[in-house]
Design a protein around this ligand. Structure first.
Ligand SMILES: C[S@@+](CC[C@H](N)C(=O)[O-])C[C@H]1O[C@@H](n2cnc3c(N)ncnc32)[C@H](O)[C@@H]1O
Length: 214
């Protein structure tokens, strides 16, 4: 299978930093204070993985999954020579083929679900929720749903589409409006425990959702 992140992958984190003035990084670790030592945590579509590394630094038993060898190589470089309480497990796979159900305390999907089309996103989220233990959590960091008046909503949509169009051209990401993950998670029987927003350019541009399997 071709690696869609072969060209843009090496620049991914730098672009995200510039585009969000560092807020995307903050958003990816916004819920990390819930992670305890020895918790089992999985990062789907890990990319360069600053969030996964931060979880390992908290003593969690971290698994990362990514379909792109380019992204996994970058991640491997980042952790090379580092020691954690639990060594990080790296899995090169399509997440749909990763079926370790009910094994994880936290299932992270940071800026991952937005890569997928409307048709694929629900089956994917459902698959991810199955990886969580009975009382486990799903954490989603992503672009916040446009809110407020018509101008504020239009600005947030435009802000999203700049990134979406760029990545659809360079990594074949799907084109679609901002997804409403809280609605999707409730539909799958999850309860939303907490939402933390990251502000940028006078509005809530990103958020992190903590949802519990009930
Ligand atoms: C937009 S990037 C986000 C990376 C990272 N989570 C972050 O927040 O920086 C999406 C990542 O998902 C990975 N990916 C795309 N489709 C995948 C799939 N079917 N299974 C596993 N990983 C996938 C890509 O290779 C890429 O690393």
């Amino acid at each position: 299978m071709s690696d869609k992140y072969r060209i843009i992958g090496p620049l991914y984190d730098l672009l995200a930093k510039v585009y969000s003035a560092g807020r995307i990084d903050k958003c990816k670790t916004a819920m990390h204070d819930h992670i305890k030592p020895d918790d089992k945590v999985i990062f789907a579509g890990v990319g360069h993985g600053i969030d996964a590394i931060a979880a390992a630094e908290r003593g969690a038993e971290v698994t990362v999954v990514d379909i792109s060898q380019t992204m996994l190589n970058h991640f491997a470089k980042r952790i090379s020579g580092r020691y954690f309480l639990h060594p990080i497990r790296k899995v090169g796979s399509d997440i749909f083929k990763f079926e370790e159900y009910e094994q994880f305390d936290f299932v992270y999907a940071n800026f991952f679900l937005n890569v997928f089309s409307r048709v694929m996103v629900m089956p994917l989220l459902e698959h991810l929720t199955k990886l969580a233990k009975k009382d486990g959590h799903v954490v989603i960091g992503d672009f916040a749903v446009p809110s407020g008046g018509p101008v504020a909503r239009a600005v947030q949509s435009a802000y999203w589409y700049i990134a979406d169009i760029f990545f659809s051209l360079l990594a074949k990401n799907a084109l679609h409006p901002v997804y409403n993950y809280q609605e999707m998670l409730r539909g799958l029987g999850f309860s939303i425990e907490e939402v933390r927003y990251c502000r940028f350019l006078f509005a809530n541009r990103y958020y992190s959702i903590l949802a519990k399997k009930v």
